[in-house]
Structures are given as structure tokens and as C-alpha cells.
Design a binder for this molecule. Structure first.
Ligand code: NDP
Length: 288
């Protein structure tokens, strides 16, 4: 048996096309959705992510503003920029690219973003809203995973969902979204005893650890849907996920590739969150 490959690139194209339609509808009301991306420092991976996000915005008809700040920017300077963006009516979504330089308090910076413009969904208010089942913004990567599962018609109600990795930006919000969809959720971390015993129970397995090859075929239940969030650059330059793709595809029912799986969906969902923010802002303005 060989797993069906879930094509994140194709699905992200259709999500972007939907966004472009919604952009047109807003344009008819004289509104252009705007995303501000703040990049502090010279981290090469961050530079690529920011460039890709800005390009995706332009392609879908959203206005994007990239604000580049030097490595030696003070926290106070960054907070000032964020506060100005909070007040800027042309900007509906604000994203501060992580990681920030070590001298900054990341939580403080994220909490300075107005919650209704926090399109990454990392603000503590948005984390709380998600946890209580009333999300304002769903963090882009888990949101993209949910969209993939939905488009694949994967039944989630009553399903065993196992997530490997429990970060605030991927694993934990992923758990909340799967729980809200009616799955029975197990969230694993680096202290989990016998990881394979957990993963082998999964009808839906989501892996987000940053450890290449941590999940191998023998750790997967036959027919399971495997979502590989990991993006790892090997010393030989190859880009791989956290799942050992070759062994996993022999066992899984469906699997996402790396690259071309979750990555493109993450960017597409950022556009979705930005358009949602702009639509809410337009609806709010119409009520006034
Ligand atoms: P973090 O480093 O913040 O978190 C990693 C998580 O994995 C932690 O909860 C950690 O456990 C857990 N973990 C580490 N080792 C093991 C292990 N041996 N067994 C079980 N769990 C383990 O990573 P992120 O969540 O930010 O990112 C994870 C991966 O996803 C990375 O490869 C990243 O590049 C990728 N990523 C991809 C995105 C995309 O768009 N496709 C977007 C965001 C991230 P503990 O809590 O105990 O430390």
C-alpha cells in the first residue's frame, strides 16, 4: 500500500483564489485589506518567510507593508512601531516575525499587538478565546491543517488524534482545534514515554517537533492520516519534515509531503485571517 499524498500546494492555491474573490468584494466597498509584517534582524529563514508572505499578499490583491528593523533595535522602538500599526486604519493584520532578537521580550511584543489585528493568533487573548471555543483568529499552521483535513474529508468526530509537539504556535492550538472538531486528543512532548505507543493509536497524526525522522512507519497505524508540520534543513541541503516519509507512506492512508504540504497552507491561512480581519473591520464601520 502507498499513501495518498495530500497536495498542500494545490489546496493553498484554491484557498488563495477564494481570498482573491473576497478581496474583490471588499474593493467594491472601497476597502483594501492590509497586512503589516515587522521583521527585526537578519535571520535568513525569517527573511525568506517574510518575502513569501509579502508576495502572497500582493498576488491575492492585499496590500502588504514590510517594516524591516535592525538587529540592534530596542524593544521600546519595536513597541512604538507596533502601536502605530494598531492605530493605522489601512492595516488590518499585524504580524511580528519570530524569533525576535534575544534582548526582546517576545510575549510583551505580541501582547502589544491589538488582538483584533493579531492575524498570527498568538496574542494571549486570542489563545484564550481559542481555548474556550470562541476563536477570533486561529493560528495559521493549525488552521491550515484543519483546512487540509476538511478538504480530504477526514472524519474527526470521535477520531483518535495524536499530536507530537506541544508548542504555543503549533501543537497546543492544533489540539484545541481538533478537540473542537470532536476528536479525542493526545498531546505529546519531549517527555512522553514510549512515543510509538501513542502515535500507533492515531487515526490522525500531526507531527510538529523540528526533529527530522522522529516518526517512522512502524509508529503509524495502518491507514492513518499523517500531517507533517516539520520543516528541517539537513546538512546536505535537503528540506525534510519530522516524519520519515519513505517508511511512513508504506503504512499511512494519506500523508503530507515536505515541502509542498503544510508550509503553503500556513501562508494561505495568513491571508484568510487578514481578510477576515478586514471584513470584520468593514462590518464594524458599517454599524457606526
Ligand atoms: P518548538 O521547538 O517550539 O516545539 C517543539 C515541540 O516538540 C515541543 O513541544 C517539544 O517538547 C516537542 N518535542 C521535541 N522533541 C520531542 C521528542 N523527542 N518527542 C516528542 N516531542 C518532542 O517547535 P515549533 O512548534 O515552533 O515547530 C515545530 C516544527 O514545525 C519545526 O520543524 C518548525 O520548523 C515547523 N514549523 C512549520 C511551519 C509550517 O508552516 N509548516 C510553521 C511553524 C513551525 P517539549 O515541550 O517537551 O520541549
Amino acid at each position: 500500500m502507498s499513501a495518498r499524498i495530500i497536495d498542500g500546494k494545490a489546496l493553498s492555491d484554491s484557498v488563495r483564489a477564494e481570498v482573491a474573490e473576497r478581496v474583490k468584494a471588499l474593493a467594491a466597498q472601497g476597502i483594501q485589506p492590509g497586512l503589516a509584517v515587522v521583521l527585526v534582524g537578519e535571520d535568513p529563514a525569517s527573511q525568506v518567510y517574510v518575502r513569501n508572505k509579502a508576495a502572497a499578499c500582493e498576488k491575492a490583491g492585499l496590500h502588504s507593508r514590510v517594516i524591516r528593523m535592525g538587529e540592534d533595535t530596542t524593544e521600546a522602538e519595536l513597541l512604538d512601531v507596533v502601536r502605530q500599526l494598531n492605530e493605522d486604519s489601512a492595516i488590518h493584520g499585524i504580524l511580528v516575525q519570530l524569533p525576535l532578537p534575544g534582548h526582546m521580550n517576545t510575549a510583551k511584543v505580541i501582547e502589544t499587538i491589538a488582538a483584533h489585528k493579531d492575524v498570527d493568533g498568538f496574542h494571549i487573548s486570542n489563545a484564550g478565546l481559542l481555548m474556550t471555543g470562541k476563536p477570533l483568529f486561529r493560528p495559521c499552521t493549525p488552521y491550515g491543517v484543519m483546512r487540509m483535513l476538511e478538504s480530504e474529508g477526514v472524519p474527526l468526530r470521535g477520531a483518535e488524534a495524536v499530536i507530537v509537539g506541544a508548542s504555543n504556535i503549533v501543537g497546543k492550538p492544533m489540539a484545541m482545534l481538533l478537540l473542537a472538531a470532536g476528536a479525542t486528543v493526545t498531546l505529546c512532548n519531549s517527555k512522553t514515554r514510549d512515543l510509538g505507543a501513542q502515535t500507533r493509536r492515531a487515526d490522525v497524526l500531526v507531527v510538529a517537533t523540528g526533529r527530522p525522522g522522529i516518526v517512522t512507519g512502524d509508529m503509524i497505524k495502518p491507514g492513518a492520516v499523517v500531517i507533517d508540520v516539520g520543516i528541517n534543513r539537513l546538512p546536505d541541503g535537503r528540506l525534510v519534515g519530522d516524519v520519515d516519509f519513505e517508511s511512513a507512506r508504506q503504512v499511512a492512508g494519506a500523508i503530507t509531503p515536505v515541502p509542498g504540504g503544510v508550509g503553503p497552507m500556513t501562508i494561505a491561512m495568513l491571508l484568510v485571517n487578514t481578510i477576515e480581519a478586514a471584513e470584520r473591520s468593514a462590518a464594524g464601520a458599517a454599524l457606526q
